[in-house]
Write a protein that binds this ligand. Sequence first.
Ligand code: SF4
Ligand code: SF4
Length: 269
Amino acid sequence: MSKAVLVDISKCIGCKGCQVACKQWNDLPAAKTSFSNDLGNPSDGSGYTWTHVRFRTVENGDEVKYRFAKHQCFHCLEPACVSACFARALQKSPEGPVVYYPHLCVGCRYCMLACPFSVPKYEWEKTFPLISKCQFCFDPDGKYDRMRHGMKPACVSTCPTGALQYGERGELLVQAWNKINSNTKYVKHVYGEKEAGGTSWLYISDVPFETFGFRTDVTTRPLPEYTESYMRMTPVVALSWGALLTGMFLYTKRRNEIAREQHDQKPGL
Ligand code: SF4
Ligand code: SF4
């Protein structure tokens, strides 16, 4: 069974501990922020901010609720980004995380188009940008790995209210429905149970998911099915797609080699 996280939006106090813990664990630099009406800081994820907390005010008659929701890669069970990536820079692991391997990425950005949740971000600030996204603290060969050492993701470990729960997906789903069925405050929906064929991040909430811009029109059919059938039906598109991507791969590979050579030749580096 694969690992997952259950987010209870009604328990989140918007402290942003998860946002900071993610940056600290993954050595991500601080992002320049500014005031905005939605009080998000920053308002959206970026190449340097893999998770961010959205703030919303919900009014119902005389009642006003302040609610916060952490957003990151959903680590889909059948990820559209993986099916779109011909370079295999995105791979689904049996443990649950959808892992990004930067050394395989050619920067074509098809994953950004494919993802139904607008998660992968492009490193616009860099001279040779790549993609960036939450790795679920899973790093098969590297120093950022927590999952394979039996540790919870950094964001879950730091959450002071228990709004984030880590465990087996099947068990978390049972817990989620138990909570919903025993407390009328919850919306009768586990977001991520079926969206895009199911995701490893599951949400329950006492306010509508649309409040946070969660897409409720996402198909429950796994998205790679659409990609594959589309490609089967259009051999011409498939052939030109392959040629285009191969060309881009070779171009980007050479571009990166030149950048590396220039970097190595600089004195004092
Ligand atoms: S949320 Fe987007 S980037 Fe994350 S696994 Fe799903 S399709 Fe890929
Ligand atoms: S650490 Fe927990 S309570 Fe704080 S913002 Fe993140 S999810 Fe909410």
